[in-house]
Design a protein around this ligand. Structure first.
Ligand SMILES: O=C(O)CCC(=O)C(=O)O
Ligand SMILES: [Fe+2]
Length: 227
């Protein structure tokens, strides 16, 4: 029998959800004097300084190190060179992690159930995360699976936890924005356009760390309850 691979999910299946989340976050952050809208035409990108205190950043880095240590061997060839940094979930049941996670939920005002588990990432010299979109592409092997467990990724939030001696910027390739890691600074961006279609201009990369190390956390939000 011939097999035709037909997805249950249209490429912009979650357009209404993406549109409504985009609108809600836009309204919420425009009312928040701590949220700075990075001037760019083709992406909704915000920065919030001092989102985490230096002590909180230090504590989060310890948690990342604790989970990363057993898997250092995998650091070398993670995701076939696409993302060479260590990446893994920090314990979602840890009260401190929960506190930070709720703070992010509260900042952007998206349902906490839509949020994925916070991931910690650690880059050592030479490690990077090559240009990519955080939203899921319909032509991938994981499209069906990811779309059925929470839908498309609506918002990305990430927090820089330390100063990097050299390298390690987060670059939005197509719009020419390069952001230098500064401890405690949160970035948030809409992965969709205001009309709810996925936004190709959100292409970004974690550039190679040249000296020192780089620690971040990321939390992605979907359009529905993430499971
Ligand atoms: O490390 C960075 O600056 C970017 C990380 C990133 O793009 C991601 O985790 O999806
Ligand atoms: Fe990303």
């Amino acid at each position: 029998m011939s097999e035709t691979k037909q997805s249950k999910f249209a490429p912009n299946a979650d357009q209404p959800g993406l549109k409504s989340i985009g609108r809600r976050v836009r309204e919420r952050l425009s009312d928040n004097p701590a949220a700075y809208k990075v001037p760019a035409d083709d992406i909704e990108l915000y920065a919030v300084g001092d989102f985490m205190t230096p002590a909180e950043c230090a504590k989060m880095m310890e948690l990342i190190d604790a989970t990363a240590r057993p898997s250092v061997v995998f650091d070398i060839d993670y995701s076939e060179g696409y993302r060479t940094s260590y990446s893994g979930d920090v314990d979602p049941y840890d009260p401190f992690v929960k506190k930070i996670s709720r703070r992010i939920d509260d900042l952007i005002g998206v349902e906490s159930e839509f949020g994925e588990t916070i991931q910690g990432q650690r880059y050592m010299p030479g490690q990077e995360f090559q240009p990519h979109h955080d939203w899921f592409h319909p032509d991938t092997s994981y499209w069906e699976h990811e779309m059925s467990r929470g839908g498309q990724r609506s918002y990305t939030t990430m927090v820089f936890l330390n100063d990097v001696e050299a390298g390690g910027t987060t670059d939005f390739i197509d719009i020419g924005i390069s952001i230098e890691p500064k401890p405690g600074v949160l970035l948030a961006w809409n992965n969709a356009k205001p009309d709810g279609t996925t936004n190709p201009m959100t292409m970004h990369a974690g550039r190679p760390v040249q000296q020192g190390s780089k620690y971040i956390i990321t939390k992605w939000y979907r359009t529905k309850t993430w499971t």
